[in-house]
Ligand binder design. Structure first.
Ligand code: NAI
Ligand code: CS2
Length: 497
């Protein structure tokens, strides 16, 4: 770890203990604890014991992580968030906004408690961070994966659902039955038009059960989109050790960067906390914010994750120590990502990307590349591929995206360029292994087979011969010459200047 001495600690403002639950959250992971709960805590602190008490959170996990639920319960759901500006400066916030932690997985006891909570009239919002794959949507088309085993389960046994969309459908059905107004569903996952996608998952699933219920949901339930931003790496033992150094020893504590942003569409028929008073941007259309963040921040993250891992690097800040990676990002932003964006009014894209570089350099986070690299099949369509497809359709090229795709394909082989193994965590990992087995030592055939994965690649990219050839070229070049030389070849390609 880079922290040699304990950082300076900013004291915590006075706390209030909320009562009353107004929000149910699905996906009690690191991000929820360090983002939504922090904003809610600010609201509760601001309002004291009064009106803010209506918005306490009941937070649940539907699959992993039962241990965290137990840990939170043991501490009466209190924990601290350590916000690191850099290795020397941390702000500690104590969070009491989460009032209840539930484990509602198929192997847990709390599913009925969760459904009962979601059916209560005073619960007016259900928020979600269940990762991209938790919606069971085809990443490229956005259609519900009705063949996925958990979805099949929720179609045949809808009253005891296993998936997040299934939980929403069952709770909404109970509310409709009881004459309770619908809650608003607020997706906080890194997906494009995340409200619209969530709505499609829920309505599609409901239609399998009862078309009238699906119609009721379409008519009555609001699904505002939101853009969420704060880098919150998965906790490691090293994080726990350095938190212990500053007296933070609760197991549910979480580490994140100092920066945070939340942009939410104004569509809450049952009301909402006064988030704007705590720095949330409330807008009519979140799409420009979402697309900008997904393509500039997350797109860059994925590029670093695959290329950096192949080069034997472990964390985002390590990649930033190499000029080649900074050049790669700058070229990617300037030439391929920014030109595809309709920027939010008043945005200075140069300032935004420079700030991203500073955030990525934050060596107090130790954000592991392998964490960002997981679930590439779910992430790449919105981070890279939609933008690249638009460029090709406009007669432009996308060589840096092709390089990223080549790095991703090589990454899914399960070793870095030096042969050191890494884990592939992705719903399509078995497919990847089969493709690598079938096309060993044939980069052109391997490229063709990956681009034919229509749940990942849009048709416009898959059938573009120039793009395919670029990917194959990069795959071969990476293997023969390594990461730095390949970056150099791409950014200095005379066709690109
Ligand atoms: P985490 O690993 O700490 O938590 C993942 C959560 O998703 C857990 O609650 C887990 O139970 C749930 N989950 C996973 N697969 C699921 C499934 N198939 N069905 C239902 N629930 C499922 O991860 P973390 O950091 O909380 O991130 C979660 C999501 O939050 C990300 O995928 C992303 O969309 C969003 N996010 C995360 C940021 C970060 O920096 N960590 C920043 C911005 C957004
Ligand atoms: C990362 C994001 O894990 C990933 O894929 O790109 O979680 C990223 O840290 C956040 O979106 C930052 O807001």
């Amino acid at each position: 770890m880079s922290t040699q001495r304990p950082p300076h600690v900013t004291p915590e403002p006075a706390l209030v203990t909320p009562s009353g639950i107004g929000i149910v959250h699905l996906g009690l992971g690191a991000f929820h604890r360090a983002h939504q709960a922090v904003y809610l805590q600010a609201c509760l602190n601001r309002l004291g014991g009064g009106h803010g008490d209506a918005w306490g959170i009941s937070s649940a996990n539907l699959r992993s992580n039962r241990a965290l639920v137990d840990q939170l319960r043991a501490s009466d759901c209190r924990y601290r968030v350590a916000e690191f500006r850099d290795s020397d400066h941390v702000t500690l916030r104590e969070i009491t906004a989460i009032r209840e932690a539930l484990y509602a997985g198929p192997d847990g006891d709390d599913r009925e408690t969760l459904l009962a909570r979601m059916s209560e009239a005073n619960v007016r919002i259900v928020t979600l961070t269940v990762t991209e794959k938790g919606y069971f949507l085809n990443p490229a088309s956005g259609e519900l994966l009705t063949d996925a085993e958990p979805v099949r389960h929720d179609i045949t046994a809808p009253h005891a659902p296993h998936t997040a969309p299934g939980m929403l459908v069952e709770a909404l059905a109970r509310r409709r039955e009881a004459g309770t107004p619908a809650f608003t569903v607020l997706c906080c996952d890194n997906m494009p038009e995340n409200g619209r996608r969530t709505r499609h998952a829920v309505v599609s699933l409901a239609r399998h059960r009862d078309p009238a219920l699906a119609e009721w949901i379409e008519a009555k339930v609001a699904f505002p989109s939101s853009m969420v931003d704060r880098i919150v790496p998965a906790m490691t033992d090293a994080d726990r050790e350095r938190l212990a150094q500053i007296g933070v020893d609760e197991p549910a504590a979480v580490v994140g960067e100092a920066f945070r942003q939340w942009v939410i569409e104004e569509n809450f028929p049952q009301g909402r906390p006064d988030w704007a008073a705590d720095g949330v941007e409330i807008v009519d259309d979140v799409t420009p914010f979402e697309t900008m963040k997904l393509r500039l921040l997350n797109g860059a993250h994925s590029l670093l994750a695959y290329v950096g891992t192949l080069a034997g690097l472990e964390t985002v800040d390590e990649t930033m120590a190499h000029p080649a990676f900074r050049t790669l990002l700058e070229r990617y932003w300037q030439r391929e990502a920014a030109p595809t964006l309709e920027l939010p009014a008043g945005t200075d894209v140069e300032a935004y990307t420079q700030r991203l570089l500073a955030r990525f350099r934050n060596d107090s986070l130790r954000h592991r590349l392998i964490q960002i690299a997981m679930d590439g099949s779910q992430k790449l369509p919105q981070r890279w591929l939609a933008g690249a497809e638009a460029r090709l359709a406009a007669g432009e090229e996308a060589p840096l995206t092709a390089f990223g795709v080549a790095a991703w394909i090589r990454f899914t082989q399960g070793t870095n360029l030096a042969g050191t193994p890494h884990t592939i965590s992705d719903p399509l990992s078995e497919t990847f292994a089969a493709l690598h087995n079938r096309h060993t030592d044939d980069p052109a055939a391997l490229t063709q087979a990956f681009l034919a994965l229509d749940e990942v690649f849009p048709a416009g990219l898959a059938r573009d011969a120039r793009f395919r050839e670029r990917v194959t070229f990069c795959l071969e070049h990476l293997e023969q010459h390594g990461v730095a030389t390949t970056i150099d070849a791409i950014v200095h390609d005379p066709r690109e200047s």
